[in-house]
Design a protein around this ligand. Structure first.
Ligand code: 5GP
Length: 125
């Protein structure tokens, strides 16, 4: 079910549980600000989720309320993971769903990183 991105942060969401180590994940990168791990239901040969460690519901919440250090750290982590996965030269796609129309399902900010094949047009027509 898509979530309303204006609701308060729910610390029982699945990515909060992953951050607390209560649920396993296939980590590809971790630093002070961010965790990156394989999506459980990949939509491309490479499908990584990158999340900030702070409690932010969505890109909207994060961009409005995170500190400059959190935003810089998270942004650098996204770029770092793409480079480490060898995706810069072939290319890759970033996607952050926010709220109901975008079908955001997990109420903790996550950026999807897709790659490993030609990804086609941006949205289904
Ligand atoms: P959204 O629709 O919120 O942008 O995307 C949520 C993503 O989280 C989906 O691609 C889904 O496959 C992934 N996901 C949901 N639960 C889990 C989980 O427990 N572990 C991992 N690794 N991914 C999950």
């Amino acid at each position: 079910m898509p979530i309303d991105a204006t609701l308060p942060y729910d610390d029982q969401n699945i990515f909060a549980k992953i951050l607390r180590g209560e649920i396993p994940n296939r980590t590809v990168y971790e630093d002070e600000w961010s965790l990156a791990f394989h999506d459980i239901n990949p939509q491309a040969p490479t499908h990584i989720l990158i999340i900030p460690k702070g409690a932010y519901v969505s890109w909207d919440d994060f961009s409005a309320n995170a500190s400059d250090a959190e935003i810089a750290g998270f942004t650098r982590a996204v770029g770092h993971v793409a480079r480490e996965m060898g995706l810069v030269e072939p290319g890759y796609r970033l996607l952050a769903n926010v709220g109901i129309d975008a079908h955001q399902e997990v109420p903790h900010l996550h950026v999807h990183l897709f790659g490993g094949k030609a990804l086609g047009p941006m949205l289904a027509r």
